[in-house]
Ligand binder design. Structure first.
Ligand code: SAM
Length: 377
């Protein structure tokens, strides 16, 4: 395999030379013998900031590929007592050996196992699950492998089931009814969290989101795992519900049951999806700590983008409701000229933009007030 050295953050990593894996002038990282996707730098950059606050004694990067993620945590976030890197592809683990050495890391443990085997053999305080597509096959094993109220970080790139485009796949993988709705970008993340809560409950554990976001073509989610059947029950009873959108007038609400409910505004039958998680998408205290320290990471190539994302998330996190997609709402209401988002925010007074969609607004004000601002501007 011909290698190329690349710099990401503060590390230098050997990756398969993209020139060797071009087909018709195009490079797709999944064609290379070991996976490295420069488009995921933003995901890794933000994760470096999260891990620098968590300072876990043990870090397990369960699907490592080149090892870049775990190596960056060790070099840029925090020198953990143990760094464990794993991949079931033996070409990947040979490359991890080289990359670990190249970055002066002496004490990393490298495994060449199926992640689901390894996760039932060892325990860790921080576990990274960054798979191809859905993280579902690794939810139970990773939650089971955490110790001391540990953290699991999940990447999900299978947006098509989560956002309701592939409904049967969502039913199969996430055991949730789904439809493509106006705010599916956020609802997909909530379906993923709902699934993780149900899986954790089987182990008499539960999870609470620490920080989460949508970017490009994936969700990234950090959850804290806590033990106890009662906590698991409480989280399910309080935070697992369904979501309804009225196909006629666009009214949105969380609902208790997956049954036919009529829209209180216009009487049309709701489209109901779920079960999904209805609680906060971030731990506010942790978010505040991220905002306090992200300036220490101004060397990151995606620093400006991180700054923008954290600023929007900080504002939107205070609202409990799902965001309203103004362009979809305006089209349902047959409002041809969509008012500028800033004017709608000003009209509502207490509202923010949403990182989930450029035409998204988040507010806890009622539907009627939103409509008034969309129609009268
Ligand atoms: N985390 C890496 C990064 O940030 O660059 C990318 C990981 S890549 C998306 C997924 C990796 O998981 C691949 O290297 C693949 O070989 C590995 N993999 C897939 N299924 C696995 C399994 N069941 N156990 C262990 N490794 C697996």
């Amino acid at each position: 395999m011909k290698l190329k050295e690349v710099t990401e953050g503060k590390v230098r990593i050997f990756v398969p030379d993209p020139k060797e894996y071009m087909i018709e002038g195009k490079f797709d990282p999944s064609w290379a013998p070991v996976f490295y996707n420069p488009k995921m730098t933003f995901n890794r950059d933000l994760s470096v900031i999260v891990v620098s606050l968590l300072k876990p004694k043990i870090i397990l990067d369960a699907l490592s590929a080149t090892g870049i993620r775990g190596i960056r945590y060790y070099v840029e976030s925090w020198k953990s007592e143990q760094l464990i890197l794993n991949d079931k592809n033996s070409t990947a683990t040979s490359l991890i050996q080289i990359n670990v050495k190249n970055n002066g890391i002496e004490n990393a443990k490298i495994y060449n196992k199926d992640a689901n085997v390894l996760l039932y053999e060892i325990k860790s305080e921080y576990i990274d699950i960054d798979p191809f597509g859905s993280p579902v096959p690794f939810i139970l094993s990773s939650i089971n492998a955490t110790i001391r109220n540990g953290i699991v970080a999940f990447t999900a790139t299978d947006l098509s089931p989560l956002e309701g485009s592939s409904r049967t796949s969502c039913r199969r993988k996430y055991d949730a009814i789904n439809y493509k709705l106006s705010s599916s970008k956020e609802l997909g993340l909530r379906i993923l969290i709902g699934k993780i809560i149900r899986e954790a409950a089987m182990l008499e554990k539960t999870v609470y989101p620490l920080f989460s976001f949508y970017a490009d073509y994936y969700y990234r989610l950090f959850v804290r795992v806590e033990s106890g059947a009662r906590k698991a029950d409480e989280n399910i009873n309080k935070n697992l519900k369904y979501f309804g959108e009225c196909p006629r007038c666009g009214f949105q609400t969380f609902v208790d049951e997956n049954c036919k409910i009529k829209c209180p505004i216009c009487g049309e039958n709701f489209i109901i999806i779920g079960p999904l998680y209805i609680g906060p998408l971030h731990n506010m205290e942790f978010l505040k700590r991220m905002i306090d320290i992200y300036n220490n990471f101004n060397y990151l190539s995606s620093f400006n983008r991180i700054q923008k994302l954290l600023n929007v998330i900080e504002k939107e996190a205070k609202y409990k409701s799902v965001f309203y997609n103004i362009s979809k709402l305006a089209s349902k209401l047959k409002v041809s000229a969509i008012p500028p988002i800033d004017s709608i925010l000003e009209c509502l007074g207490d509202a923010s933009k949403s990182h989930f969609a450029p035409t998204g607004i988040r507010t806890d004000k009622g539907y009627e007030e939103i409509i008034r601002c969309v129609k009268n501007l």
